[in-house]
Design a protein. Structure first.
Length: 277
């Protein structure tokens, strides 16, 4: 009853102009779509969008492995080259030749790390679009064009990507890339696709939890492949802590879970446009 009263007060008593359109949309969705734990969201052809090398592990590595074990086909698209992943190198001037050299070496290394990670997770193919790390927003058009080609050729049932409230600029830009890519596709097919927003370092409103107790070890082994990033933060503690927390809040009955926002493309696109209002 208290939830219903709060919802009614929010919807009808607060002036429209002071409410964030995206928040309003999510509140309305929450009323009709209570969070639930599922074995896996439906999908036999699964496409994962990772703004950076390692996002495929951090955000949804356990679920990716479960899809593979269910005999689904999984492909992963890495949108940027990861060259901005060393804090020490970022301190050098942009036009410093040494910075350019070190960033180029890191980009090559991170591609190899990702290939190793995808082998552990069991993804059948990885695409590297090589947009400049930290500048995806400035390269949406060419990335969306290449992504449209991948979508048109492979026609996935479901696309996993960082949820659109993620604070990282590249993570939000990944959403723009998808929305622009599907606008180039045959509407009858594209509208049948589902979107599954995952979380990395920005907690999301989740309407779906996936129990990854059986695959978390595989996820952490894949994360270990990203050796270039491990010295800068305790990724193991952060990732495993988040997954343990999600197992509790989702009441999955397991030890680890990943949280997602699942919606048809039409609903996800509406939320995206509401965020821009």
């Amino acid at each position: 009853m208290s939830h219903d009263l709060a919802y009614l007060a929010y919807r009808y008593l607060f002036p429209r102009w002071i409410k964030n359109p995206l928040e309003r949309s999510i509140v309305e969705l929450e009323r009709f779509h209570k969070p639930e734990t599922v074995e896996l969201p439906p999908g036999r052809r699964v496409l994962v969008l990772a703004p950076h090398p390692d996002d495929e592990c951090v955000g949804c590595g356990g679920t990716v492995r479960k899809y593979v074990e269910s005999n689904a086909s999984v492909r992963v698209v890495i949108l940027t080259d990861g060259r901005d992943g060393d804090p020490a190198v970022r301190q050098l001037a942009r036009n410093d030749p040494e910075r350019e050299r070190l960033e180029g070496e890191l980009a090559v290394r991170r591609k190899a790390e990702t290939a190793a990670s995808l082998r552990i997770l069991g993804a059948e193919q990885g695409y590297f679009l090589d947009a400049a790390d930290g500048q995806l927003q400035q390269h949406v058009a060419p990335v969306a064009a290449r992504l449209a080609g991948i979508l048109s050729e492979w026609r996935p049932d479901i696309v996993l990507l960082p949820f659109l409230t993620d604070r990282h600029a590249d993570h939000f830009a990944a959403n723009r890339c998808l929305i622009e890519a599907v606008s180039r596709l045959e509407p009858a097919w594209a509208e049948s696709m589902n979107c599954l927003g995952y979380e990395t370092w920005s907690p999301i409103y989740a309407n779906v939890y996936v129990d990854i107790s059986s695959t978390v070890d595989c996820k952490l082994r894949a994360l270990n492949c990203h050796e270039s990033q491990l010295p800068f933060a305790d990724f193991h503690a952060g990732v495993e802590g988040l997954n343990r927390y999600r197992a509790v809040t989702g009441m999955t009955g397991g030890t680890h879970a990943e949280a997602f926002f699942l919606a048809p493309l039409s609903t996800y696109r509406r939320l995206y446009h509401n965020l821009l209002l």
